[in-house]
Design a protein around this ligand. Structure first.
Ligand code: CUA
Length: 184
């Protein structure tokens, strides 16, 4: 058995850390911890989601028979559980109006027929990119009756002052189930 070798400390560089450097190392770590806690709080308490890629679809297959985007719209899967397929194109969303009862959870699937668009539903946590070739998805619950505008927030060109990116929008009408006349 050999003797444990001891390291000769005399040739090692002096690893002294100045006090202010030590303080800033701790401050940097503290900031990272605060950011981490903020991300955790955002994703749990406030429901902030990262848009998911549900799948891929070639733009020339969007209108093919059997494609859910050929006849887009909202469908009830179970009580208070809906899915909505939305087709974005220059410069409109199809359908441009969706009606659901308050309390409904809706999973949105959206793709683009042509160029890059955006999809944001005001007063909700829905905010995602709409890319040709990709199906993006996000889910949210509509608890408060009212009209929610869905807008394109990614500049996608314009024909003139009356028609273009700035007029690309639609509406989600969340109806109070006790007063709604007909919910589709
Ligand atoms: Cu579509 Cu901007």
């Amino acid at each position: 058995m050999s003797e444990p070798t001891s390291i000769d400390q005399s040739n090692l560089p002096n690893l002294h850390v100045d006090w202010y450097e030590a303080v800033w190392i701790r401050v940097s770590l503290l900031i990272l911890v605060i950011f981490l806690l903020a991300v955790i709080a955002a994703s749990t308490a406030f429901g902030i989601q990262v848009p998911g890629v549900y799948g891929r679809i070639k733009p020339d297959e969007i209108m093919a028979p059997g494609s859910p985007f050929a006849e887009p719209g909202v469908r009830e899967l179970a009580p208070d559980n809906y899915e909505a397929y939305i087709r974005a194109a220059t410069w409109s969303f199809t359908p441009s109006e969706i009606r659901i009862p308050a309390g409904a959870t809706v999973t949105f699937y959206i793709t683009s027929l042509d160029v890059q668009h955006g999809f944001k539903i005001m007063d909700t946590n829905i905010n995602m990119m709409v890319l040709p070739g990709q199906i993006s998805t996000l889910k949210t619950q509509f608890n408060t009756p009212g009209t929610y505008n869905m807008i394109c927030h990614e500049y996608c060109g314009a024909a003139n002052a009356d028609f273009g990116h700035h007029t690309m929008y639609g509406q989600i009408i969340v109806e109070d189930p006790t007063t709604a006349s007909d919910v589709q």
